[in-house]
Design a protein around this ligand. Structure first.
Ligand SMILES: [Zn+2]
Length: 202
């Protein structure tokens, strides 16, 4: 049995026509398959990029349709956003099992909608704060002491609302050295897994 801890590299807010292919290229160099939490509105504009992610063995899961905090949505608005988002992903042939809501903000309605739709809520264990525009070197320094326990690393392959940078090059440059560091510490790199027991009952 493989008892190695696993770390997931995860990317929110895409697909983006400029940055998702750049991230994909670096994942290929690092020989890592990752999880992408996508935005429905962007999926509809860039279906080809989602297909490319899937063809390269990456996992595509759901972030949101419109990028709004759930605390700012009524339950009806959240239900509508979920229906729109799941429809958008279905266009790309994706039936998501995992849901990471915008900013990780979950309300009571989030939990209820997730349960009804068979979606498992996920956050992250390591935040790179890549949206701030920190350099790859400083993000690597920050992550180095945190990767040993496994979990998931939050990054972004697009400029979401609130991004304080003009591109995602720092994230692209982090991937190869981060993957190297994770493996050096003895962990495996893989996409995020859904909890099978919950899937069976849901
Ligand atoms: Zn986001």
């Amino acid at each position: 049995m493989n008892t190695r801890e696993t770390l997931n590299l995860t990317f929110d807010d895409g697909p983006d026509p400029e940055w998702t292919p750049r991230i994909l290229e670096q994942l290929r160099h690092a020989q890592v398959t990752a999880t992408f939490f996508v935005v429905g509105e962007q999926v509809l504009k860039h279906l080809g990029i989602v297909r490319e992610l899937l063809e390269h063995g990456h996992d595509v899961q759901w972030h949101c349709h419109r990028h709004v905090r759930h605390s700012q949505l009524t339950e009806a608005e959240l239900v509508a956003d979920t229906e729109n988002g799941l429809e958008a992903l279905a266009e790309a042939g994706v039936r998501p099992r995992l849901w990471r809501p915008p900013w990780g903000v979950c309300t009571e309605a989030t939990t209820q909608v997730a349960e009804r739709c068979g979606l498992q809520l996920r956050r992250w264990s390591i935040d790179t704060h890549d949206w701030r525009g920190d350099s790859a070197a400083s993000m690597l320094d920050h992550a180095r002491g945190l990767v040993a326990r496994g979990g998931s690393v939050l990054m972004h392959d697009a400029l979401g609302p609130g991004a304080a940078r003009d591109g995602c090059e720092n994230t692209a440059q982090l991937i190869v050295p981060l993957a190297h560091e994770v493996r050096r510490q003895g962990l495996a790199l893989a996409p995020m897994q859904a909890d099978r027991q919950k899937l069976a009952s849901g």
